[in-house]
Ligand binder design. Structure first.
Ligand SMILES: [Fe+2]
Length: 308
């Protein structure tokens, strides 16, 4: 592929499949701090305080899985151009360019869908419905936007090759040959791949507007009996704060803040050693426990199996 299919502007949203989507929606609204924008039978769309119509979509399925990852592009024209380039590169479209409401997508917009090499569904969209931003810096400790999604992969090099070549993402840093952090804008990473035994979602991170909101969010969860699986702490790669929790389905969600901002032309990709002083800069979190590792490994996800 000579040119990437599109210029990604941001990570818009993630869709998760869980056996009890209603219970998950309750958690993300009443405990985690998101707001439900729309719900329809087994599906729910939740927003943060930022400008995205929704950042999380929840749908019912027999077992936990990644439903899709959605990126924004600038215009419907860019969606059409992406369709041409993907097709020319031999990547089959799962949904041709068109209005997304025909695919029961709340917030609508114009987009397309295709599958990555591990059968994860990827959506590119433009002209999604606008919403009035919430008060991000108010007293309420609510996530502003999606920060990143970490994906377990069986082939980290193939995954990086696809997302850099086809989607034009850049590798910001490596954590040895175990994790790769990819960006599509000034945020240090919006996607990270983790070399693993099987394909699955490792965790989804939500950005708090400040470190104070981050800590207050942890405090609110603590008062509701939800304690971190790992954290709080600050990671080396990305220099972001972290605190990991398990949602009612056992999927890992993270509060983060202060993600490093990349100056495109000045950034040099590094390889970080996996030592405690680099993965836990403050020395507050200690190494990840067996329990958090097993939640992050999740269960094998063949991708799009619910469509059959
Ligand atoms: Fe993370």
């Amino acid at each position: 592929m000579n040119e990437p299919a599109a210029r990604l502007r941001s990570l818009r949203s993630v869709a998760l499949r869980t056996p009890d989507a209603r219970q998950a929606a309750e958690f993300y609204e009443h405990v985690w701090g998101l707001d439900t924008v729309e719900s329809d039978g087994g599906a729910a769309w939740l927003r943060g305080t930022g400008q995205e119509h929704h950042i999380l979509e929840l749908r019912e399925a027999e077992r936990n899985a990644l439903g899709k990852i959605a990126f924004s592009v600038g215009t419907p024209r860019e969606v059409d151009e992406a369709a041409r380039r993907l097709t020319a590169a031999g990547i089959a479209l799962v949904a041709e360019p068109g209005r997304l409401d025909r695919l029961d997508q709340a917030g609508g917009g114009y987009g397309l869908r295709f599958a990555d090499p591990e059968n994860r569904l990827v959506e590119l969209s433009a002209e999604v419905e606008a919403v009035v931003p919430g008060d991000a810096c108010g007293r309420e400790a609510a996530p502003r936007k999606l920060a990143h999604v970490v994906l377990n992969t069986v082939d980290i090099d193939a995954a990086c090759e696809f997302y850099t070549t086809v989607l034009g993402m850049r590798i910001s840093d490596w954590s040895e040959h175990q994790m790769a952090f990819l960006r599509c804008n000034t945020d240090h990473h919006v996607i990270a791949f983790n070399q693993a035994e099987w394909t699955s979602v490792n965790h989804v991170a939500y950005e708090m507007p400040s470190i104070d909101h981050f800590m207050r969010g942890i405090g609110r969860l603590r008062h509701q009996g939800v304690t971190p699986l790992w954290g709080p702490g600050r990671h080396g790669p990305g220099n972001n704060t972290f605190s990991y929790f398990a949602d009612p389905a056992g999927l890992v969600c993270e509060y983060t803040s202060e993600v490093e901002q990349v100056e495109e032309d000045a950034w040099l990709c590094r390889v970080w050693r996996r030592v405690p002083e680099l993965s836990d800069l403050w020395g507050t979190a200690g190494p990840p426990s067996k329990d958090v590792r097993s939640h992050m490994a999740g269960i094998p996800d063949a991708g799009r199996w619910w469509e059959k």
